[in-house]
Ligand binder design. Structure first.
Ligand code: SF4
Length: 145
């Protein structure tokens, strides 16, 4: 079993109500049991929702309360992002999953990159950081082929 960002499987859970369906992941779905999760929905945020980004630092800094996640309306949604990450970790532990394929460049799911001010920068998302901290193998959606 592999945990996977739900939007990669075609679930319309992105901030804009769309998905990020990934052809190679559709093929992977025939070979592995994929467990779709959307941490931002699990954290209680609606879909569609205002896009958000990590201000300063990265997802680990958010977990350590050294940085915040702020949406386009200026609202602090750090609590929802942390709750979503904790819920994803709960699912991982409940099912005994040890790998996760996560959507690159997301403030929740980014494994190597996040976006800030419309630019891609190095950094890890909040959920990716929490899963990595707990020993889950984090795989970028851009590494799946
Ligand atoms: Fe996809 Fe993760 Fe964003 Fe949900 S939080 S829409 S699963 S990238």
């Amino acid at each position: 079993m592999i945990l996977i960002s739900a939007c990669l499987l075609g679930v319309c859970c992105r901030f804009d109500g769309k998905n990020s369906a990934h052809q190679d992941i559709q093929i992977l779905h025939t070979q592995e049991v994929l467990i779709p999760v959307c941490p931002e929905q699990l954290g209680g945020l609606p879909t569609p929702r205002s896009p958000a980004e990590i201000k300063k630092g990265n997802g680990m800094d958010v977990l350590l309360k050294r940085a915040r996640v702020i949406n386009a309306e200026g609202l602090d949604v750090s609590t929802q992002f942390i709750t979503g990450a904790e819920q994803a970790l709960f699912i991982v532990r409940a099912l005994g999953v040890d790998r996760a394929i996560l959507k690159e460049r997301s403030p929740s799911c980014g494994t190597h990159y996040i976006k800030r001010g419309g630019r891609t920068i190095e950094g890890i998302g909040v959920t990716a950081a929490l899963l990595k901290k707990h020993g889950i193998q984090i795989i970028s959606s851009e590494e799946v082929n």
